[in-house]
Design a protein around this ligand. Structure first.
Ligand SMILES: Nc1ncnc2c1ncn2[C@@H]1O[C@H](COP(=O)(O)OP(=O)(O)OP(=O)(O)O)[C@@H](O)[C@H]1O
Length: 254
């Protein structure tokens, strides 16, 4: 991949409480790449993402965003972030439009919305197929619809980099298809994506590279296991009862 590095991690370590959670992560995401971060529960995927965006402090190593050291990086409107849905629900009563508009604030002067900002909100809702729910409370939405709104909020500032933590978790099939289509369009227009996934699922055709974490370290960094599905990853040792053949070795994703 020849694009410039959009995300660069070198030897990044992080602790939560006194527990080492990232133990020397090297990761580069180039412009235009779609990289999936995979790994078992607790392997450090969310922490890696939260360290990149500055929600968790790194205790060691180097992080750069768009070639700028993270500690001096200020251009946050270039980055759209979709947190794990459970942490974003919040119980705050707000309409779909209000939630998506919040994602546009970084593009406004003093929070004042102009025509172009309102148009961007409408467009983001159209992208995720939620324009007809613009005035509804987010509390009235299904999990999948809620996730679509969070993705619209991340896209409304027209970011160059999209970071998503398990965007498909708890999302119904219809919404998964819409999200995959939305992401496909964004990738076609050149967006860079880093996303945590439990399985590649409908996003599989979009993924350029898979980075697998285990116990806070990078275990695999290379092509996604396209042909055989996630269980073709090296080291998988999960045995499926329905397997007719010799069990494949993985164990990375569950
Ligand atoms: N606030 C916290 N304080 C202490 N330890 C934490 C905290 N949050 C997470 N951990 C621990 O850090 C480790 C990594 O968690 P993290 O959420 O990054 O993993 P993950 O790979 O994203 O897992 P999952 O797939 O379950 O979301 C886990 O062992 C978790 O228990």
């Amino acid at each position: 991949m020849s694009g410039e590095p959009v995300i660069s991690l070198r030897g990044v370590t992080a602790e939560l409480g006194s527990r080492p959670v990232l133990r020397g992560i090297d990761l580069t995401v180039h412009r235009g790449e779609v990289v999936a971060l995979l790994g078992a529960n607790g392997s450090g995927k969310s922490t890696a993402i939260r360290t990149i965006i500055g929600q968790v402090p790194a205790s060691g190593g180097e992080i750069a965003l768009f070639g700028t050291p993270r500690r001096t990086f200020r251009d946050w409107s270039r980055i759209g972030y979709v947190p794990q849905r459970t942490t974003a629900a919040g119980g705050v009563p707000a309409t779909v439009t209000e939630v998506v508009s919040a994602g546009r604030l970084s593009r406004t002067r003093f929070g004042l919305f102009r025509k172009a900002d309102h148009a961007a909100v409408r467009h983001a809702l159209e992208l995720v197929g939620m324009a007809d729910r613009a005035k509804d409370s987010v509390e009235a939405l299904s999990g999948g619809q809620h996730q679509r709104v969070l993705i619209a909020r991340a896209l409304v500032a027209e970011p160059e980099l999209l970071i998503m933590d398990e965007p498909m978790a708890g999302v119904d099939l219809a919404s998964q298809e819409i999200l995959a289509q939305t992401l496909r369009e964004q990738v076609e227009r050149g967006i860079t994506v880093l996303l945590v996934l439990h399985e590649l699922g409908p996003l599989e055709p979009l993924i350029d590279r898979a980075v697998v974490l285990r116990d806070g370290c990078v275990l695999h960094d290379g092509p996604p296991p396209r042909a055989l599905g996630q269980h073709a990853l090296p080291g998988h040792d999960h045995v499926h009862p329905h397997d007719e053949h010799t069990p494949l070795r993985t164990g990375l994703l569950s």
